[in-house]
Design a protein around this ligand. Structure first.
Ligand SMILES: [Zn+2]
Length: 494
């Protein structure tokens, strides 16, 4: 029998706020344990939470980016459970009336657009972090009370690779949208994976198995690559699977059962009496709506449509909004936007990457702990975007050759001088004076009787060799098209 996998994901994302969800403690990563804490986030008796408005804005903004409905009434609930990382013995979350619901995410999949439905994205608080030592355990409450978004997808995913692509698309939207830095290494994104299998075409879902606390997307992909065949094998053997929670062992590359699943009523959800419901008004919503970016995929498709960019170029701009803005500042004024894209991707980006690596190496050499820099260090460029456009236009007008343009670009990058000035100072202007080129051609023809004979006996490729010599003789300045035409004419009627 053939089986199919049904996968849904619950993704937890830390929101990019200055302070925590209910108190003024800093929302930062890497501080000494239990230094960003106060009576509120330590769950002391007699304190009251005060909601962080920016976290609520970012939650609604996420809803807009994920095509969700924004209900005009939402509330906070308490989820009761006992664990050392939850000092209050409950976590504040949104249970039955979340701030956003019923949306979708789109991504490219096998050459078409795949849609994954989003059940809800709700706001909750992160909990502390347990660390287990040899003889004791410790809890760090710095993370407790950090605003956390839980994004629940419908079980619309059907393979490990598709789940991986969905997660990357989702975090790209949240990162570019300014909702979260989505830094996996700092634990800002974690997810729970729900996976079941069923006979292909069946409508009833199989027993849901949850793999908890995954902290890398490649881990999710590997866990699913292991778990889906495991379930199919068990069913093929006639075994019955039961709803349970499993743990992924990344070293051994297997999942193992932790416990059979608890139900929602075990958590005794009820409305938090300390917190008012959220009733967003029109003006407030309009302000949040104004912060919504154009989605990365939509931008890619628009660049392909508006500027006839090939998918590969548009894909580069999809991943880097700053670079994309740079391109769009120039493209409408260019005769051929594709040429501008080429210069940005093949030259500008390459130079920036080179510089980035050199700086990194230098700083590593003197022992500085450096933060990863944005690859597109466009703000530090010595020349304005208009200079790049000018360069493209000099090539298009055939004032300089392509190889001269490379020299001009290198000089622009190093000194910030204008292309026009560099061309003048270095004498790079292309020679389009037929009389001058004709002289070069005569010299080359006289010096290469063998190649000339080859050409005249029918080996047309020999022309390129002669053209190469003309270019060399002119130090790259001869107009190559003109040189080719003159050579051809002279060889045909000597
Ligand atoms: Zn606090």
């Amino acid at each position: 029998m053939e089986y199919e996998a049904v996968i849904g994901l619950e993704t937890h994302v830390q929101l990019k706020t200055k302070s925590k969800m209910w108190c003024g403690c800093a929302n930062t990563f890497g501080a000494e344990p239990n230094t960003n804490v106060c009576p509120v986030c330590l769950g002391m008796p007699g304190v009251l939470p005060v909601p962080n408005e920016e976290a609520i804005r970012l939650t609604v903004l996420t809803g807009l980016l994920l095509n969700c409905e924004i209900p005009r009434f939402a509330k906070f609930d308490r989820k009761s459970y006992f664990y050392p990382d939850v000092a209050k013995n409950y976590q504040i979350t949104q249970y039955d009336q979340p701030s956003t619901r019923n949306g979708w995410v789109e991504f490219e999949w096998n050459g078409r657009t795949q849609k994954v439905r989003i059940t809800r994205a709700h706001l909750e608080e992160d909990v502390g972090k347990n660390t287990h030592f040899e003889r004791h355990s410790g809890v760090d409450f710095n993370r407790a009370g950090v605003p956390l978004l839980e994004i629940v997808s419908e079980p619309d995913l059907t393979s490990a690779e598709m789940a991986y692509t969905y997660l990357n698309t989702l975090t790209e939207i949240l990162h570019q949208g300014g909702v979260s830095d989505c830094d996996m290494e700092k634990g800002m994104v974690r997810c729970d994976v729900n996976v079941s299998v069923r006979p292909k075409g069946a409508t009833r879902l199989g027993a849901k198995i949850e793999i908890k606390n995954m902290n890398s997307f490649s881990g999710v992909r590997r866990a699913l690559e292991h778990e889906i065949p495991r379930q199919i094998e068990a069913l093929s053997r006639g075994e019955k699977l039961r709803q349970s929670t499993r743990r992924w062992d990344d070293v051994a590359g297997v999942t193992e059962e932790m416990r059979t699943k608890e139900d929602a009523h075990d958590y005794r959800y009820f409305p938090d009496p300390d917190l008012m419901p959220l009733v967003p008004g029109e003006t407030w919503l309009a302000e949040v709506r104004a912060r919504a970016i154009e989605l990365p995929l939509a931008r890619k498709q628009r660049l392909m449509r508006d500027y006839q960019l090939p998918a590969g170029d548009a894909e580069v701009f999809r991943g880097d909004p700053a670079l994309s803005r740079y391109f769009e500042a120039l493209a409408p004024q260019a005769k051929n936007p594709k040429a501008v894209a080429n210069w940005i991707i093949n030259n500008l980006l390459a130079k920036l990457a080179e510089l980035h690596h050199a700086e990194k190496a230098e700083q590593a050499g003197i022992g500085l702990d450096i933060e990863a820099m944005s690859l597109s260090g466009l703000a530090d460029l010595k020349f304005p975007p208009s200079a790049l456009l000018e360069l493209v236009q000099l090539v298009e007008a055939k004032t300089i050759s392509n190889s001269a343009a490379q020299q001009v670009f290198a000089e622009m990058f190093a000194t910030g001088k204008t292309p026009e000035r560099i061309v003048r100072e270095k004498g790079l202007a292309q020679v389009s004076d037929a009389a001058v080129i004709e002289e070069f051609c005569d010299q080359v023809i006289a010096a290469s009787p063998k190649i000339v004979a080859d050409y005249q006996s029918g080996k047309t490729a020999a022309l390129n060799s002669l053209k190469g010599q003309v270019m060399k003789l002119s130090k790259g300045k001869a107009n190559p098209v003109l040189a080719g035409e003159i050579l051809e004419r002279k060889l045909k009627s000597p």
